[in-house]
Write a protein that binds this ligand. Structure first.
Ligand code: GLC
Length: 468
C-alpha cells in the first residue's frame, strides 16, 4: 500500500482525535455547571457523591491502621503507620484480582479481600499489632450513608460481579471477615480519589483536589458543606470531600444545555468500544481517558488498518489474539511509545510484530496513533481539572492568586511517557496563563497513597472524637 494512503488515513485519524479549542471551552463550561447541578440534585449527570469525611487531616495524626485497597486491577493490603508531621510508614502486599472473580459473584470479591487480609495477618510482625482498625479503599461508585457505610451503585472498569448492587460494602466485607473469624472493625470506607486527596492533604494541607488516572479515571475535591444542598441533614463541618465520579460525564444529556447532543467528541472507535463493553452507555468520559481503555482504542485502529490493507498481520497475530478485545494493554502501548521516543526503532519493529501482531507498519505511524490517543486523554483530563478550579473560583472558595494543588495518581499518570508534563502544560494553557505569569494550578504526583488516606480518615475522625 502506497505511503500516501497511510498518510491520508493518519490525517483523518488526527482530525478525529484532535479536540478543537472551542469544543474544549464548551466542555469545560458544561462540566463546571454539571458539577454544580450534581451538588443540588441526586440524579445529575455527575454524581458528586458526598463522602461523609468531615474531618480533614492536618498532618499531625498518628497511629497504626490496617488498610485494604481494592482497585480495578490490584488488591493491596497494608499496615500504615501515621507518624505525624505529614510522615508515614507502610508495609504492604499486592495481588492481582483474578479475571474469573471480575465476572463472578460479588461476594466472591469480598471473600477474596478477606482471604488476603488473613494472609497478611500471618506476617508475625503484623499479627503482633492486633487489634487494628481497618480503612477500606473501594474504587467504585458508592452512595455513602456514613464514613463506614455505603451502598454499591454499580461496577465500572469492565468488572460486572453479580448480586451485590445496592448492598452495603462494609457489611459485605465485615461478613467475609467474620466467616474467617477475623475480629477486625472496618472504620472507614473511601474511594481511591478520596484516599489520595486525604493522604496528600496529610502531607500538604494546601491540596484541594485529587485525580486518578489508572485503570479508571475519577476525581475528588474539597467542597464547602453548605453548597451540598441535595442532602437533607446538616453537615457537621464546614468542609467535606466530594467524589465526583467524573467518568460518567457525557453519559446523559446536559441539564444545563439540553440542546447539545454530542457533548463528548466520540469517534467511531469510542462508540464501538462502548457498545462492546460490559457497561455500555456508561462511563463514556472514562472510556476516552483511562488505562483500561486506551490500549483497546489502539487495537481497534490497528485491526481497521489491517482490514484496509494499510498494514499486515504478522506471524504473531493469531497467537497474540489481536482480534480479541483488550488483547493489547495500555501498558504495552505506553511501552512502545516510550521506546519510540528513545529512538530505538529496531525494538519498536519487534514489538509491533510480536505484541501487536502486525508487519509493514512504520514505527512512526504507530507511535503517532499512540500520541493521538494519549493526547486526547490528557486534554479531557485537563477539562475536568480546569472545571473544578473554575467552580471553586466562582463560588468564592478560592481566590485567583491562591495555589490550587492537585494530587495525581495512577499508572497512566505515573508511567505513560510525558503524560504528566503534557497535562500540566495543558492545564496552564486552559487557565490562559501568559508567558510571564505563574500558573496557580500545580499538579503533584501522589504515588500509591490511597491507603495512607484511608488511615488518615480514621485517625482524623478519632482525633475529633477525643477533642469533643
Ligand atoms: C472508576 C470508579 C471510580 C474510581 C475510578 C478510579 O471510575 O467508578 O470510583 O475512583 O475508577 O479508580
Amino acid at each position: 500500500m502506497a505511503d500516501y494512503a497511510v498518510a491520508s488515513y493518519l490525517k483523518d485519524l488526527e482530525s478525529q482525535f484532535t479536540i478543537p479549542k472551542d469544543k474544549l471551552k464548551e466542555m469545560t463550561l458544561i462540566f463546571k455547571n454539571e458539577l454544580e447541578i450534581g451538588l443540588t440534585k441526586i440524579d445529575g449527570m455527575l454524581k458528586d457523591l458526598p463522602t461523609f469525611v468531615y474531618n480533614l487531616p492536618d498532618g499531625s495524626e498518628v497511629g497504626k491502621f490496617l488498610t485494604a485497597d481494592l482497585g480495578g486491577t490490584n488488591l493491596r493490603i497494608g499496615l500504615v503507620e501515621l507518624l505525624g508531621s505529614g510522615e508515614f510508614k507502610i508495609k504492604k502486599d499486592s495481588v492481582m484480582i483474578p479475571e474469573a472473580l471480575k465476572c463472578g459473584s460479588g461476594r466472591g470479591i469480598f471473600s477474596f479481600v478477606a482471604e488476603n487480609i488473613e494472609k497478611f495477618l500471618e506476617h508475625p510482625e503484623i499479627e503482633a499489632e492486633l487489634p487494628l482498625k481497618l480503612g477500606f479503599t473501594f474504587s467504585f461508585p458508592v452512595k455513602q450513608e456514613s464514613l463506614a457505610h455505603g451502598q454499591i451503585l454499580g461496577w465500572s472498569k469492565e468488572i460486572e460481579a453479580r448480586d451485590v448492587i445496592g448492598q452495603d460494602v462494609v457489611g459485605l466485607l465485615q461478613q467475609s471477615l467474620h466467616s474467617r473469624n477475623l475480629d477486625i472493625a472496618v472504620e472507614a470506607l473511601i474511594n481511591d480519589t478520596v484516599g489520595t486527596l486525604l493522604a496528600q492533604i496529610y502531607r500538604d494541607p494546601r491540596t484541594k483536589m485529587s485525580v486518578i488516572l489508572g485503570t479508571g479515571s475519577n476525581a475528588a475535591y474539597v467542597e464547602k458543606s453548605c453548597n451540598i444542598t441535595k442532602i437533607s441533614h446538616q453537615e457537621p463541618s464546614e468542609l467535606t470531600v466530594i467524589n465526583i465520579e467524573w467518568g460518567s460525564f457525557g453519559d446523559t444529556k446536559s441539564e444545563y444545555n439540553p440542546n447539545i447532543s454530542n457533548l463528548l467528541p466520540s469517534t467511531k472507535y469510542d462508540l464501538e468500544l462502548d457498545f462492546e463493553s460490559k457497561n455500555s452507555g456508561k462511563q463514556r468520559f472514562e472510556k476516552m481517558i483511562s488505562g483500561m481503555y486506551l490500549g483497546e482504542i489502539f487495537r481497534l485502529i490497528i485491526v481497521e488498518m489491517i482490514q484496509l490493507g494499510l498494514i499486515h498481520k504478522s506471524e504473531h497475530f493469531e497467537a497474540m489474539k489481536i482480534n480479541r478485545p483488550y488483547s493489547i494493554k495500555t501498558k504495552e502501548m505506553s511501552n512502545f511509545h516510550e521506546i519510540f521516543l528513545s529512538k530505538n526503532y529496531e525494538k519498536c519493529e519487534e514489538i509491533s510484530r510480536t505484541k501487536f501482531g502486525v508487519s509493514g507498519a512504520k514505527s512512526e505511524v504507530l507511535s503517532k496513533i499512540c500520541e493521538l490517543i494519549s493526547l486526547r486523554s490528557c486534554h479531557l483530563c485537563a477539562v475536568g481539572i480546569t472545571s473544578v478550579h473554575r467552580h471553586l473560583l466562582n463560588s468564592g472558595d478560592l481566590s485567583k492568586d491562591h495555589l490550587f494543588s492537585v494530587a495525581l495518581d495512577g499508572a497512566l499518570y505515573q508511567k505513560y511517557p510525558n503524560y504528566s508534563k503534557i497535562l500540566q502544560n495543558l492545564v496552564c494553557e486552559m487557565e490562559n496563563v501568559e508567558k510571564d505569569e505563574v500558573c496557580r494550578v500545580v499538579l503533584v504526583m501522589a504515588e500509591d497513597l490511597s491507603s495512607i488516606g484511608a488511615a488518615a480518615a480514621i485517625a482524623a475522625a478519632q482525633k475529633k472524637q477525643i477533642t469533643n
